[in-house]
Design a protein around this ligand. Sequence first.
Ligand code: ADP
Ligand code: ZN
Length: 210
Amino acid sequence: MNLILLGAPGAGKGTQAEKIVEKFGIPAISTGNILRAAVKDGTEMGLKAKSYMDAGGLVPDEVVIGIIKDRLAQEDCQKGFILDGFPRTIPQAEALEEAGVVIDKVVDIEVPDEKITARMSGRRVCAKCANSYHILYKQPKVEGVCDACGGELIQRKDDAPETVQKRLVEYHNMTEPLKDFYSKLGKLVIVEGQEEVADTTALVFKALED
Ligand code: ADP
Ligand code: ZN
C-alpha cells in the first residue's frame, strides 16, 4: 500500500502516520523529519534547507525530490510506504508520477486554520528522536520528556505563531492545489480532523478500507 498524507501543517499528519505504521507495518517517510535531521547534522543539504524552514517557507523542489527518490529506493519501502509532508507542490507530485511511483490513496486531513494556529502553540517535539507530542492532546507520560527515548521535549522554531501563519499561507497557495490533482486521478479521500486523535485515526483507517 503506497499512501500520501495531505493536510495543513499541524493537521496531525505525523501522528496519523505513526498509527498507520503500527497497524500496517509500512514505513512513514517525513520530509520534515529528514530535513530537520540534516539541519542538526549540519550537512550541506541541511545548511541549504535551514533558512527556508526557519522562515516558514518551502525548501526548493529539487532538494526534497532528491530526498524522496533516495528514500523510496531503499529496501523497506518496497512493500509500501506512507509519505508525510511530501508532495507539497504540483511539481513534486509530478516528479513522483514521472518516476513511476504508483500511489494507491491520498488521505487529506482537513483542519480549519483557526484550530491549526491554536494547536501549534502546544506542539512539542523530542530533541533526540523527533517524536511529536502536544501539551493538551498528546501528553507524554512525564512532562517535558519523550516516552520513546527519554529525550527533552522542545518547541520547534517554526512553530512560533508568525511562522505558523506563513506556513499556512504556503499551504493554501502551494499545497492545497494537490487536492485537485489527486481528486482528478480518483485517489483523494477527505477526512475531517477530530478533537481526539483516536477519532481521527478511526476515520483514517475507515478511509483506507474503502
Ligand atoms: P508540518 O507538516 O508540521 O508543517 P513538516 O515537518 O512536514 O511540518 O515540515 C517542516 C518544514 O520542512 C516545512 O515548513 C518546509 O520548510 C520543509 N519541508 C518539509 N517537506 C517539504 C516538502 N515536501 N517541500 C518543501 N519543503 C518541505
Ligand atoms: Zn525521543
